[in-house]
Design a protein. Structure first.
Length: 235
């Protein structure tokens, strides 16, 4: 997909996933999921199984990990996960439980400093969970549009991106979705925006490419450079 169809002076929207892209929350995600399963007398999923569903909305994620359970049991698992995650976060704090990846803040600062670049979020987190991450890391004011699981179908449905484009008035040809999972890449392709994968998250590069990633970037400096090239600054 090329960003050259629009004028370089048109605004750009860069939408970020959260878990596995901006913050590394894997340790507490895995622990909370294990605690939820154990509380129901179930064998916990493996670390790899749990990380494979990061990015989906929680009910959909639990449904995949515990296929065959009835609705009441799935609801109990969802609530158990929420309680366990909140307890872990209360013990160590949001910054320690979900630290920013190296280079994340510098990249957000670099992009936010450009007048033609707007930033957004599309995450499987709840609105409360997203607000806690933003507050913990002092990211208030960075993102013009915030899309979360409370308001939309789970990824890879394109509703989050469609809402972000509508809120900002940016054309799909001038937007990118940055994420670490196949769900992010599939969502981006369905919405007609550039799918940019990151190699430091929870799905392997081969899975991101199979899901349609235009590029898989190895680190935040490479991501910054790629966005600068694809969405050129106004002359």
């Amino acid at each position: 997909m090329s960003a050259d169809a629009a004028s370089p002076a048109d605004p750009v929207l860069v939408i970020f996933d959260v878990d596995g892209t901006l913050v590394d929350s894997q340790a507490h995600i895995v622990q909370a999921m294990a605690a939820a399963f154990l509380a129901e007398g179930l064998t916990p999923p493996s670390r790899a199984q749990t990380l494979s569903i990061v990015g989906l909305s929680l009910p959909q994620a639990v449904g995949l990990l515990a296929a065959g359970l009835d609705a009441a049991q799935l609801d109990s698992l969802v609530e158990g996960y929420k309680d366990a995650y909140a307890g872990l976060r209360a013990t160590v704090g949001s910054v320690d439980s979900s630290p920013l990846y190296p280079g994340a803040r510098a990249t957000l600062d670099h992009l936010a400093a450009q007048d033609h670049v707007l930033l957004g979020v599309a995450t499987g987190k709840s609105r409360r969970g997203l607000a806690q991450v933003i507050e913990a890391h002092g990211l208030e004011g960075y993102f013009l549009t915030l899309q979360c699981a409370d308001d939309h179908p789970s990824k890879p449905h394109p509703a989050m991106i469609a809402a972000a484009l509508a809120e900002t008035g940016v054309a799909a040809a001038r937007a990118a979705m940055v994420g670490d999972t196949s769900y992010d890449m599939e969502m981006a392709r369905a919405a007609g925006v550039m799918p940019l994968g990151v190699a430091w998250g929870y799905h392997p590069e081969v899975q991101l490419r199979a899901a349609g990633a235009a590029q898989v970037l190895p680190d935040f400096p490479a991501l910054r450079a790629h966005i600068d090239i694809c969405f050129r600054r106004p002359a």
